[in-house]
Design a binder for this molecule. Structure first.
Ligand SMILES: *Cc1c(COP(=O)(O)O)cnc(C)c1O
Length: 398
């Protein structure tokens, strides 16, 4: 029988071994490394700085004082408390949907939703770059799975035509994509995807993990920003990125949410999230995100992206996620190491998170970065080791 050690050694050999590091927060945009080195954080999905904000900390403390610690049971047993019900109605209102269901994480949302709405006779059509949680849910559902090349709507259309021809009339056909892609930071061509799914009688599940909080009025998401929200059947999101907390959710018709309550195993067989988290999340949705704090954080984030663009002479990023694709796994690791020596945390993202040979630095910008932070990042990118600089392509004299 092979040993655990031999598998780890094989990962090490191809620059794919990962390990955990303990970081200490240091102010809102910095961390202290395990070796005590201060690092500017360009790796966090806390895009609006809410996770480390005194406002959200106070919401949470108040919520714990009122609602205590754990929930004690799963939602269907006796774990559903008023804060869970309030969160779900706040989410449904905010997203202009009939109903919402909260899960313990975005991962649990994706797996629970896809396995609940699709089974053997159904067809799920996913973008090639969909997040692992969506892929896992699709596989576990037992439905027929088809993948279209990233954002390739012509291929999506041919898959929809094929699906219509081959599925039985009762079968569900669901297109699954993200509004903002987690590792590439680009947006899906939503208007065209919606036109196609309508034309071919399919549903659309849109994962707004990286659009929620950032785009659209109050941070409702990219679908709202584009005026297309009412045409998206199922809206998914997470409370653990821009919303600064923890948990996932999906919004859609009442009957859809009711079906999930009956079928989504990650919802049914898991203890309800702490009511205090639900209560704090409700305040994020009803007051932080759409209020002045959310508005000013989104404005600062945009200023940071504009500053990065003008200093680096790179185009204005489409989202706070900016990939710097370096190719070989080792080049990405070298670049991340060099940045770390310059006091910047920007992780090397490698297979299996992205395709082999598409290893990259994944920079994420937040409202907490100062203009000095952005200056230091651009200077450091310019000084990366020779084999990576051509790929980074930050002109020396912008
Ligand atoms: C992060 C992420 C998830 C999972 O959400 P968690 O709340 O972190 O479990 C799902 N989908 C996408 C696209 C993500 O980026």
């Amino acid at each position: 029988m092979r040993s655990f050690e031999s598998e780890l050694a094989a990962l090490e050999q191809v620059s794919l071994r990962r390990s955990l590091s303990v970081f200490q927060p240091l102010g809102s945009s910095s961390l202290t490394s395990p070796l005590g080195q201060p690092l500017l954080n360009f790796a966090s999905n806390d895009y609006l700085g809410f996770a480390s904000s005194p406002e959200l900390r106070d919401f949470l403390l108040e919520a714990v004082a009122s609602h205590g610690a754990g929930s004690g049971a799963s939602r269907l047993v006796c774990g559903t408390s008023q804060p869970h019900a309030d969160l779900e109605s706040a989410l449904a209102d905010f997203k202009h949907s009939e109903a919402a269901l909260a899960f313990s994480s975005g991962y649990a949302t994706a797996v629970g939703t896809l396995t609940a709405i699709a089974s053997r006779d159904d067809i799920l059509i996913l973008d090639k770059l969909c997040h692992a949680s969506l892929i896992d849910g699709a596989r576990l559902s037992g439905a027929t799975l088809r993948i279209f090349p990233h954002n390739d709507t012509a291929r999506l259309e041919s898959l929809l035509l094929w699906a219509r021809r081959s599925a039985n009339p009762n079968a569900r056909i669901v297109v699954v994509t993200e509004s903002i892609f987690s590792m590439d930071g680009d947006a899906a061509p939503l208007a065209e995807i919606i036109r196609l799914k309508d034309e071919h009688g399919a549903l659309l599940l849109l994962d707004e993990a990286h659009g929620f909080g950032i785009f659209g009025p109050g941070g409702r998401g990219l679908a709202h920003a584009l005026g297309l929200a009412h045409r998206v059947d199922l809206h998914m999101g997470t409370l653990s990125k821009a919303a600064g907390l923890h948990g996932g959710f999906v919004c859609g018709p009442r009957a859809f949410a009711d079906l999930l309550i009956n079928r989504a195993r990650s919802f049914i067989y898991s203890t309800a999230p702490p009511p205090a988290i639900a209560a704090a999340a409700t305040r994020v949705i009803t007051s932080l995100l759409p209020g002045p704090l959310g508005e000013s954080a989104r404005a600062r984030l945009l200023e940071n992206l504009s500053l990065f663009s003008s200093l680096s002479s790179l185009p204005l990023p489409a989202s706070p996620i900016v990939p710097i694709i370096l190719g070989p796994e080792s080049a990405a690791l070298d670049a991340a190491t060099a940045l770390r020596a310059a006091g910047i945390l920007a992780p090397a993202i490698r297979f299996p998170t992205v395709a082999k040979g598409k290893a990259r630095l994944r920079l994420t910008f937040t409202a907490s970065h100062s203009p000095d932070d952005i200056h230091h990042l651009v200077t450091s990118l310019r000084h990366l080791p020779a084999q990576s600089t051509h790929a980074v392509d930050v002109p020396a004299n912008p």
